[in-house]
Design a protein around this ligand. Structure first.
Ligand SMILES: O=C(O)CCC(=O)C(=O)O
Length: 235
């Protein structure tokens, strides 16, 4: 993990001219970075205090050429996360007493699953109450895996209140995401979260979002589960 954070620091320390080539032009760019802007939702405006890099890493792998070791560490880490994701899907099926575990992996076409790697750099902020790292949202995909450099900042919403998610350094925090909620017919709830900033320490988080394949036919599970005779999850 320390190698990963070293590479992220190196990326964010590159000259602006180097990073500019990856500046986000469209949401679907396979490599994009950006920084410090304003995000508007229907009823709120947020000042974002962060720099980010986002990469589509599977089924096709995209990565900047600099820093030199970035490619290798991202490839190795995301490959391991894909293995973990498939194991977690199996565990969810087991917990829900689904007998069709094999088919779930097939129907989601996990062999060619969609995977996004993102890293966020939140420098210390002189007025943390006037800005946010990332506004409240839920993630696309099935599971999101998050690690950080030992500085707290992630908050999770529960019953309309925000709680600090103080996961220890060197641990991986796993969030349920939107497609898992759909796929489990609401049994696993997609977690609403946000990142706050602080005035004392720089924070870096690394997030890997894992979805089914873009080729998978609608995982709106109900019809499929009915066909498979899994009444327990349908009800
Ligand atoms: O930095 C964090 O703790 C949260 C990151 C996050 O929610 C995201 O990248 O979508």
């Amino acid at each position: 993990m320390s190698e990963m954070f070293r590479e992220m620091v190196e990326f964010f320390s590159l000259a602006d001219s180097e990073k500019q080539q990856y500046e986000a032009k469209s949401a679907s760019d396979p490599i994009k970075c950006g920084n410090f802007n304003v995000a508007n939702t229907s009823n709120q405006s947020f000042t974002l205090w962060r720099e980010y890099l986002k990469l589509y890493v599977h089924p096709d792998f995209h990565c900047p050429h600099q820093p030199q070791l970035l490619r290798d560490v991202v490839q190795e880490y995301t490959q391991m996360i894909r293995v973990l994701t498939r194991k977690l899907i199996e565990a969810v099926c087991e917990a829900l007493e689904l007998n069709q575990r094999r088919y779930v992996d097939e129907i989601l076409k996990m062999e060619s699953s969609f995977q996004l790697f993102a890293t966020n750099y939140y420098p210390r902020c002189p007025q943390p109450d006037q800005a946010i790292g990332i506004p409240p949202h839920t993630d696309h995909g099935l599971f999101t895996f998050l690690i950080h450099n030992g500085v707290a900042g992630l908050q999770i919403e529960h019953d309309g209140k925000w709680f600090n998610a103080d996961s220890p350094k060197n641990s991986i925090l796993v969030n349920a995401a939107d497609q898992l909620e759909i796929f489990t017919n609401g049994r696993c709830k997609s977690v609403k979260h946000r990142a706050v900033v602080n005035e004392e320490k720089d924070r870096i988080s690394i997030v890997v979002a894992n979805g089914p394949s873009g080729e998978a036919v609608s995982i709106g599970g109900l019809r499929w589960w009915r066909k498979m005779g899994e009444q327990s999850i349908v009800q």
